[in-house]
Design a protein around this ligand. Structure first.
Ligand SMILES: [Fe+2]
Ligand SMILES: [Fe+2]
Length: 247
């Protein structure tokens, strides 16, 4: 009887001794909670594009980490995807959103610093990098040819491929060269030039030529107010620089 009581007391005492440890573990778990949540893959991109597949989360993380450029970095990819989706929706064009997402987030890789290759067109270089990268990330392999086609013809001076995804990416990429965002992008790449005159000349050239290179009626309608903004900007900057005599 005595032994049984002593054993019960010892057991209670052991339970009491383990309390500080349990409390410590609980506090550590609570402290780690926000850090774990912070490291979890986001459910959507910065502008709300759903990251509803593991390969999309991986590709977006890659873009945010590696595609750092004011004119053709990850934010341009994000705008291209949204513009291309809008052009497709308004024009009644059926598109595969997986292909569009993959192409939007890889089409300019070959124009970014460490990925560039001398003498190789940036679209061709992007395909060289995108194909193995997408495969490694678990992107559906049967859709890779459609992604490569969209990348190859994405520039405004190229003829896009026949697939709808290629057409809408080409027009989205061209529209993103227009308007206020087009002006900001162009001036952001004047880099170490002594002035921005070259940038202004490019803005004028884009306002004149790019609308005529658009394929879809929807993108042409989207381009019109953007071109007006560019002309207004060019007019105003001339007025603010002694009729363009000052740099
Ligand atoms: Fe490009
Ligand atoms: Fe682009």
């Amino acid at each position: 009887m005595k032994i049984a009581r002593r054993s019960a007391i010892e057991s209670t005492s052991r339970r009491h001794q383990s309390w500080p440890l349990a409390l410590f573990v609980l506090l550590m778990a609570l402290a780690a909670g926000p850090a774990l949540a912070k490291n979890a893959a986001p459910a959507a991109t910065q502008t709300g594009i759903p990251l509803n597949a593991s390969w999309k989360q991986k590709l977006y993380a890659f873009a945010r980490g590696k595609l750092i450029h004011p004119a053709w970095g990850w934010s341009h990819s994000e705008r291209d995807f949204r513009l291309a989706s809008e052009i497709a929706a308004r024009g009644g064009l059926a598109v595969d959103k997986d292909v569009l997402f993959a192409a939007a987030f890889t089409h300019d890789i070959g124009a970014i610093g460490e990925f560039e290759k001398d003498g190789v067109d940036h679209a061709v270089r992007s395909i060289e990098i995108a194909e193995p990268l997408l495969r490694e990330m678990g992107f559906p392999v049967q859709k890779i040819p459609a992604v490569s086609e969209a990348i190859l013809g994405h520039m405004h001076d190229k003829v896009p491929g026949r697939r709808n995804e290629s057409v809408v990416l080409h027009d989205a990429d061209t529209v993103d060269f227009l308007g206020n965002v087009g002006i900001a992008r162009r001036l952001s790449v004047t880099g170490t030039s002594p002035d921005y005159a070259g940038g202004l000349a490019k803005i004028r050239e884009f306002a004149d030529k790019l609308p005529g290179r658009l394929v879809t009626a929807t993108a042409k309608r989207m381009a019109a107010p953007r071109v007006m903004e560019m002309r207004r900007f060019l007019f105003q900057i001339k007025a603010e620089t002694a009729n363009g005599q000052l740099p």
